[in-house]
Design a protein around this ligand. Structure first.
Ligand SMILES: [Zn+2]
Ligand SMILES: [Zn+2]
Length: 313
């Protein structure tokens, strides 16, 4: 095993979990971050190889892992598998397989045709077009007609990300249809979407208006100051009451916003609770030096802020 810091190990565990849950592009980003910090970590390279879709990239990642750990079995096996699959098949074989198995799973192998286009990318296209009933559905039950081959070619054509014009991609947003790269694509229950469509969707969810923010501030500032002041008075019991106070502040703030949610509103309330906890303790902090009373302010800020934030989410 390559020597690694606890931080890298914990990042790796996180990346492995994300990969196991099937969020390949998120996992890919995590592995790449780890590799940036620790380029000689074979496990990160193997992890990356398991989530990237491009066989060439996969091969490169396994090779890097083997450079670091020449005896690494997992990397050797992975590399063998890719090289086996790269024996050219007629493109048609690959396409037939895509038709027979519309829901290709991740580990069904990356069969490669003569044009070296892996099938999972066709699957991606299927995903991104599946919901709008367009004729571009490849793997589904669309009526068979003469243009099948042409459509498949269109489906796997190389696109460029609308946000990153230099990045090639085969993915499209399933709402607005524009090409997006793997780091822009955000998985949703209905398929991949672009950041812009996600934000638009959130705007429907966030209905708070400026007045609501003002009301939230007017209500939470005095309450937070009161909470912070009380925490210093009741001392030890803050341990039990801090979270309750935060919950109460969060509930009242939500009510003040007339039950509308707003972008950044939970953070705003959390910040006010923190300030409300700090301000009453300030005289003690300045004139009293290190003081036991400050501990309860700290406990209050910690518990109440989290609870208030949770209520506003
Ligand atoms: Zn979109
Ligand atoms: Zn992009």
């Amino acid at each position: 095993m390559t020597e690694s810091t606890p931080r890298i190990r914990s990042l790796l565990r996180q990346a492995d979990r994300v990969a196991e849950s099937g969020k390949r592009s998120a996992a890919e980003n995590l592995y790449r971050q780890i590799i940036e910090e620790a380029p000689d970590n074979a496990s990160a390279w193997i992890g990356l190889a398991s989530v990237v879709r491009d066989p060439a990239e996969q091969e490169n990642a396994y090779e890097r892992a083997l450079e670091i750990e020449p005896d690494n079995l997992e990397a050797q096996k992975g590399l063998d598998q890719i090289q086996e699959e790269q024996i050219p098949d007629p493109v048609k074989d690959g396409l037939e397989e895509a038709e027979q198995a519309p829901s290709l799973s991740d580990n069904s192998g990356e069969k490669v045709g003569t044009t070296s286009r892996p099938i999972p990318e066709i699957y991606d296209t299927d995903l991104s077009f599946g919901s709008d009933g367009d004729s571009l559905v490849i793997g589904g039950t669309s009526p068979v007609h003469d243009h099948t081959h042409l459509e498949v070619t269109e489906g796997t054509e190389v696109l460029f990300c609308a946000n990153h014009p230099s990045r090639q991609t085969h993915l499209r947003c399933n709402k607005c249809g524009k090409p997006i790269c793997s780091s822009c694509a955000q998985p949703t229950p209905v398929g991949y979407r672009c950041p812009q469509c996600i934000r638009e969707h959130q705007d429907i969810y966030y209905t708070a208006r400026p007045l609501d923010y003002l009301l939230v501030i007017l209500v939470t500032v005095p309450l937070s100051l009161l909470g912070g002041w009380l925490a210093m008075r009741i001392g030890f019991f803050t341990i039990f009451l801090g979270a309750g106070a935060g919950t109460l502040i969060g509930r009242i703030a939500f009510w003040a916003a007339r039950r509308r949610r707003g972008r950044g509103m939970p953070q705003l309330v959390a910040a006010i609770v923190v300030i409300g906890g700090i301000l009453p303790a300030l005289p003690l902090l300045i004139f009293g030096g290190i003081n036991f009373g400050l501990l309860w302010s700290g406990v209050y800020i910690f518990t109440a802020t989290g609870a208030a934030y949770y209520q506003m989410r």
